[in-house]
Design a protein around this ligand. Sequence first.
Ligand code: AMP
Length: 190
Amino acid sequence: MLNIVLFGPPGCGKGTQSEKLIAKYGLVHLSTGDILRAEIANQTQLGLEAKQYMDKGALVPDEVVIGMIASKIDANRDAQGFIFDGFPRTTAQAAALDKMLAERNMQIKCMLSLEVPKEELIKRLLNRGLTSGRSDDQNPEIIENRIKEYNQKTAPVIEYYKAQNKYKPINGVGSIEDIFMALCQAIETE
Ligand code: AMP
């Protein structure tokens, strides 16, 4: 099984590269952001709770997102592997993911971290906001807050995977194809 964490700040290209990795390696995509937006669209209790945080650019509480993941893994037990996109976003989530996978005789192969400077992220997110319909992509203050949350709570997850020798930094600036090639190379060199 090929289980990958695709990591990086908002706007680093996780969504775009996930699609390409899924097509190439036949993986199941698990994006907590997509799952949360679907919950909001369906007006579920979970969606209503999560929306309060997402509208501010804040992280949704760990117990909410951790609870969503196990059922998605179990619903795809025949998968060739999973790509975790936007999860884990805290070290508590990373530890919970490891536990969840170990209980199912699975593990993460590597954490691919797309590195992009802040100015470029803001430019990309505002640009995406023109077409994504996402209010959290349209407001510079919310974007700032998302990047702040990333730096404070999410960036430490790098240390978690470094300690397991699974951290692989990838330059996230350049053409989509070049970045994709770098990701594939990192996956295939072990
Ligand atoms: P994304 O689509 O990954 O950019 O996520 C959009 C928003 O959903 C984030 O700004 C958070 O509010 C929330 N979110 C998504 N994934 C997580 C997660 N793993 N932990 C906490 N909040 C999350």
